[in-house]
Every structure is written in structure tokens, then in C-alpha cells.
Design a protein. Structure first.
Ligand SMILES: Nc1ncnc2c1ncn2[C@@H]1O[C@H](COP(=O)(O)OP(=O)(O)O)[C@@H](O)[C@H]1O
Ligand SMILES: [Mg+2]
Lengths: 369, 276
């Protein structure tokens, strides 16, 4: 108990006691709320308080002020009150307003409006970003000295070479799975040998470019966004600009160039691993030895099949690098935004990769490629 | 939350006293800190007594922040120990450490406000973490903290990225004061404030020290602050530490200390404080 009250005549005497410390916040709140309900004039007696900290004193002071004329103070007020009054007499008197609860039609309209404007701005910004990248890329192509080679090499290493194990493993496993399922179905027609065609075409044309791009989007798209985002948070990009360094040239283009070089190479490795997986499964499950597998594969593949897969990968690489760096540059203020934009970078680059793949599929069919 | 006797006593109102007690509440013993081959501290001893304002000075990169982090248990020294009320902090249980940290208020050199929370939420976070309180009470306590450090109430709803450098410092102090701490550790609190705010800040420190009997450990480059608030000064030079009263330090013959306290800048500060 932090207080006891006692009636005396038509007044209520409130004796405060015990520890009015931040440790007892909830009790303090309850005690003060309990006593405020009384309608009689109050006499507040501080003398029995054993301990008081600034938080306790503040809540007490607030409470007394809210009672106004109704309360009379007995005894010396606590020493903290002097400080609190001084603080209160400094400058503005406004209070922290509680957040508004109800949603109105007006808010809803405002929300829609704000989002539309945001959306339009985003579209404009992304087009602007693409334009600036193009302009800078052209300028760099004009004088190759401006391409930061050490930086490009670093990104080839980080996005390409370091991704080889995971890409190989996944390409191998997926192609084993496809070969296995294909063999199961084709066996019903006695056409197991076509498993080879299935694996070879599926791996080279679609699976390894797409899978590699998706893995790289997850690995490197997020890394691009996070690296650049943290630089934004630390004002490093402003610092670069103030030094007069073009941050597109140092941050965006090396990543773009690195990925455009690394992704096709990674895809070739994924092709090899995928075919190896298919060959392995065929020899174990279908008794198609490597001697049969290779000629059969040669027959199945048109000269363009390999290129139909590889030609897509620089486009995928550009999409991943552009989305990753763009989202990273959008980070403005907080660590939460960094997380949100990194996630967005990955999700959008994967979506764009798949979308681009679909466009390629249609175009290749039309071209008979 | 356990309340040690000293704590409750310290909060009792009526007769705040200024006397520092005899047993140190924190002692640093023979601390050695190295980063790779770079030796930052080589046998540093430091005692913090209850109720004092201890200033830590030293050149940039002399290891002031590292010393503070060592005292707080955030950095494990390569050798030596940190004792809190006689107990080695590396040997304490988590509960003991938590009970001690509950009594600490810390500001970091770069503010270290949580960037995804508003200023008000930053201040409320420690309170919510330890206690149950209604939103109304939280808002009210936040308002007091903001007013104490001289931030406009309108700043409550802002994100740290929307604050100026000086406001970040003050918001960080407001967060450090959130739990009504016994000890404040401040890493360059007045750096980046305009002289008027810095003077107001010094006054606030003095007030907290005088009336709440807070113990304050403060890294500062601000001679005004040092002269007007600190009862003792620790100087980090040549990987060692020299601790003395302000006047004792000023008569120390070490060239860096002489330059620091008797350069033109120092004389101006002294004159200004003397005139106040
Ligand atoms: N985490 C760290 N890793 C390596 N070196 C560090 C680290 N933290 C601090 N240092 C080094 O220790 C020295 C002291 O740093 P600090 O305590 O921050 O200096 P100051 O006295 O300016 O606060 C500096 O030379 C710094 O480079
Ligand atoms: Mg420092």
C-alpha cells in the first residue's frame, strides 16, 4: 500500500507512505486512480514517504495538479518538486497527445491518395534509376578506365565463385529428381531412353538458368541491397557524393558488371552438374551407360539449345543487380526499412527473373530458336 | 527487482548530500586491452565512488570509449578485472548483472538510438522491459524525460533519423534516464551541442548529481563541462591512467596534460567558468 486515507470532518486526509519508485509504477497508478474518485476535498500528507524517485515525484505532481483546488498539501513537499516545477516552467507547455484511435472515411481517402502518390513516385524513381544506370554505363563503356576493376573482381568472386558449391549441389539434385520422375512416367510407354532428351533439354534450356538466377537473387540480391542500405544509413553515400565520387560508378556498376559476368559462368557450371546428375541417374536406374547417354544427348540437342539457356542469363543478372542496388539506395532512415527493402529486393528480383523467362520462352517459340 | 539499501537511501528526499562514500562502487583493476597488436590500455586502475562526478579525458583514440565499455561489461579485457561492489563482473550470474544494469543509464558516443523506433518509443522501451505501466503513465514519464533533457515534446513522435545531431544526444540521455538510474555513464554527451545547450546540459548533470545523488562517469572533451561539473578527473595518457582531483591533475607535469589544461583553450574556459 502506498497510501492510506482517513475521513476527518468533510475532508479526506491522504497519507502517502512507502516507496514511490519507478519499480512500483503499476501500484502508484492504481493508488492515485483509486483516490481521485473521492469527491471530498483532499489533504495530502507527504511526511511518511520513505523513498521517492523522480518518476514517482512526477506522477504525484501530475496528480496534484489535476486535482487543482480540491487538494491541499500538508507538510514540506518533496525536494524533487522544485526541479519538476522548474522543468515545467521552461518553454512550451504542450503535452504528448495520445494516438488517435478511430478511422474515418477521411483517413481512408487520405491513405489511398498517399499510396497512389507513393506508387507513382516509385515508378518515376525506378525509371529514373534505370536511366541513370544506363547513362553511367555508357560513359564507363566510353572510357574503360572508369570501370573499377578491383571492385568488379570482388563482386565476381562473391556472387560467382562463392556460389559455385550451392549452385552445383542444387542443379545436380534437381536434375536427378526430374530424371527420376521422367523415367517413372516414360517407362509406362517403354520409352525410358527419352529421359535423356528430357533431362538434357530441360536442364540446358530452362532449369539451370532459372534455378541459378533464383539462387543468386536470394544470395546476392539481398547482399547488394543490405550493403548499400547500410551505407545509406551511415550517410556513407552522402559522404561519397560530397567527395565528388559518382556512387553509380562505384557502387552500382561494379555490381552490375560483376553479376553479368558471373551469372552466365555459374549457369554453365549448373548445366554441367545437371547433365552429370541426369547421367548418373540414368546409369543407375535405367541401365543407360555413359557411352549410350552421350550420343543420345548429342542427338536430342539442337545446336541452339545451350545458347537458348545461356543467352537469358545476362538479362537475369541485370535484373537482379538493378533491383538489389535500387532497393538498397532507397533505404533512408531506419534498420526496419533496411529489412523491408532487402526482402523486397529478393522477392522482386525473383519475380522479374521468372517473368523475363516467360517472355523469353514466348519469343523463342515465335523465333523457332 | 531487489532494492539494495544504498539505492533506497539514495532516493530518499529531504536531505540530499554530496559526500562521496569510501568504498568504490566500481573498480577497474590492472585492465589490459589490445586490438591485434595495438595495445590500448596497459594496466589501468580506476575507482568510481558513489555520488561523485568522474570525468574521463584523453586524446582521440586513447581508449576512453573502450574503457567505458570495459566498465559496463560490454568489452572483455585481455587482462585485469572489473569489480562492482567487490565482485568480478565476469563471474556474476545473469540475474545479478541484470539487477546491476537496471541501475545504470548509458549514453553512447553516437547516440545508439534504435532507428526503427520513435524517440518516445526509445525512451519507453526500457520502462516497458522492466515494468507494467499503462500507456497514460508511459506517456507522462516520457514527457518528463523529454523536458528534463530540454527536448520539445513534438520530438517524441520523430524517428532518430529525423533529429539533429544535438537532439540525438539529448534523446539518448533521455533514454538513459528512463529507469531513474543510480549511475550515469556518458560518452561525450556535449559533443555536437551548441554552447548554450551544452551549458544547460552541464547544469542538468549538476542537478542530477546534487539532488538525486547520481553517480556520473563522463567522457568529455568539453573543458567547461569538466571544470564546472567534475569532482575528479581521470586522464588516459600513454596507455595508462592518471586520476586526481581537478586541481591535482592541473599541476601534473605530464606534457600532454599540461597542454590540455593550460593551453589557450583551457585558460579561456577557466576564465569563463570563474566569471559565472
Ligand atoms: N572493436 C575494435 N576493434 C579494433 N580496434 C578498436 C576497436 N575499438 C576500438 N579500437 C581502437 O582502440 C583505440 C581506442 O578507441 P576508443 O576508445 O574508441 O577511442 P576514444 O578515446 O576516442 O573514445 C582506437 O585506436 C581504436 O582504433
Ligand atoms: Mg570515443
Amino acid at each position: 500500500m502506498l497510501l492510506e486515507s482517513e475521513r476527518s470532518g468533510d475532508e479526506l486526509i491522504v497519507r502517502l507512505k512507502g516507496a514511490w519508485l519507478i519499480d512500483n509504477l503499476a501500484e502508484i497508478e492504481r493508488a492515485l486512480a483509486g483516490i481521485s474518485g473521492a469527491s471530498a476535498p483532499l489533504v495530502v500528507d507527504f511526511r511518511a514517504i520513505e523513498a521517492l524517485d523522480l518518476s514517482g515525484a512526477w506522477l504525484l505532481h501530475r496528480w496534484l495538479v489535476s486535482l487543482g483546488e480540491r487538494a491541499r498539501v500538508e507538510g514540506e513537499p518533496p525536494a524533487h518538486f522544485a526541479f519538476i516545477e522548474e522543468v515545467l516552467h521552461r518553454e512550451p507547455k504542450e503535452r504528448i497527445a495520445p494516438p488517435e484511435g478511430k478511422l474515418s472515411l477521411h483517413d481512408a481517402l487520405a491513405w489511398i491518395g498517399r499510396n497512389s502518390v507513393d506508387w507513382a513516385k516509385q515508378t518515376r524513381d525506378s525509371i529514373g534509376f534505370f536511366g541513370r544506370v544506363t547513362v553511367n554505363a555508357l560513359r564507363v563503356l566510353g572510357s574503360i578506365k572508369r570501370l573499377r576493376l578491383p571492385s568488379v573482381t570482388r563482386h565476381i568472386y562473391e556472387t560467382g565463385i562463392q556460389a559455385i558449391p550451392i549452385v552445383s549441389l542444387i542443379a545436380f539434385l534437381i536434375s536427378v529428381i526430374v530424371a527420376y520422375l521422367g523415367a517413372q512416367q516414360l517407362r509406362q510407354f517403354g520409352a525410358e531412353i527419352f529421359t535423356v532428351d528430357l533431362v538434357a533439354i530441360a536442364v540446358l534450356r530452362e532449369m539451370s538458368p532459372l534455378l541459378t538466377a533464383i539462387i543468386v537473387a536470394g544470395r546476392s540480391g539481398s547482399a547488394f541491397a543490405a550493403e548499400i542500405g547500410v551505407m545509406r544509413l551511415n550517410d556513407e553515400i552522402d559522404a561519397l557524393q560530397s567527395i565528388g565520387v559518382n556512387y553509380f560508378e562505384v557502387l552500382v556498376l561494379p555490381r552490375l558488371a560483376g553479376l553479368v559476368i558471373a551469372l552466365p559462368l555459374l549457369t554453365i557450371i549448373a548445366d554441367a552438374m545437371g547433365l552429370a546428375g541426369g547421367a548418373l541417374l540414368s546409369s543407375i536406374l535405367l541401365d543407360i551407360s555413359l557411352d549410350q547417354f552421350l550420343p543420345r544427348m548429342q542427338d536430342a540437342l539442337a545446336p541452339t539449345t545451350f545458347w537458348a539457356g545461356i543467352i537469358k542469363t545476362p538479362v537475369f543478372a541485370m535484373l537482379i543487380a538493378l533491383v538489389g542496388t535500387y532497393r538498397g539506395l532507397q533505404v533512408r532512415s531506419s534498420s526496419r526499412e533496411l529489412g523491408r527493402l532487402t526482402t523486397m529486393a529478393v522477392v522482386q528480383s525473383i519475380f522479374l527473373v521468372i517473368f523475363a523467362d516467360a517472355v523469353f520462352a514466348v519469343v523463342f517459340v515465335e523465333l523457332d530458336f | 527487482m531487489a532494492e539494495s539499501d544504498g539505492v533506497t537511501e539514495g532516493y530518499a528526499h529531504g536531505s540530499p548530500t554530496n559526500a562521496a562514500s569510501d568504498t568504490p562502487i566500481i573498480s577497474v583493476r590492472g585492465v589490459v586491452n589490445k586490438f591485434g597488436r595495438q595495445v590500448v590500455h596497459d594496466g589501468v586502475d580506476l575507482d568510481v565512488y558513489a555520488g561523485e562526478v568522474l570525468g574521463i579525458v584523453g586524446g582521440s583514440g586513447s581508449g576512453k570509449s573502450v574503457l567505458l565499455r570495459t566498465m559496463l561489461g560490454l568489452h572483455r579485457p585481455n587482462a585485469g578485472e572489473v569489480l562492482i561492489q567487490g565482485k568480478n563482473i565476469t563471474k556474476m550470474s545473469n540475474e545479478e548483472l541484470l539487477a546491476i544494469k537496471r541501475r545504470y543509464g548509458v549514453t553512447f558516443q553516437h547516440g545508439a538510438l534504435f532507428s526503427s523506433l520513435t524517440v518516445a518509443e526509445n525512451i519507453q522501451l526500457p520502462i516497458r522491459e522492466y515494468f507494467d505501466a499503462s500507456e497514460e503513465v508511459l506517456r507522462s514519464l516520457t514527457e518528463l524525460r523529454l523536458r528534463m533533457v530540454g527536448l520539445p515534446v513534438a520530438a517524441a513522435a520523430k524517428l532518430p533519423s529525423q533529429l539533429s545531431g544535438g537532439m540525438v544526444k539529448r534523446a539518448a540521455l533521455a533514454r538513459a534516464l528512463a529507469l531513474d538510474p543510480d549511475i550515469l555513464f556518458l560518452d561525450e554527451p556535449t559533443a555536437g551541442l551548441d554552447p548554450i545547450s551544452a551549458a544547460a546540459f552541464d547544469e542538468l548533470i549538476c542537478y542530477l548529481h546534487r539532488s538525486l545523488r547520481l553517480t556520473i562517469v563522463m567522457i568529455t572533451h568539453d573543458l567547461d563541462t569538466l571544470i564546472s561539473t567534475c569532482s575528479r578527473v581521470a586522464v588516459l595518457v600513454d596507455r595508462k591512467i592518471v586520476v586526481d582531483t581537478l586541481s591535482g591533475i592541473m599541476s601534473n607535469p605530464h606534457p600532454w596534460i599540461q597542454e590540455y589544461f593550460h593551453g589557450p583553450r583551457a585558460r579561456a574556459a577557466e576564465a569563463a567558468v570563474g566569471a559565472r
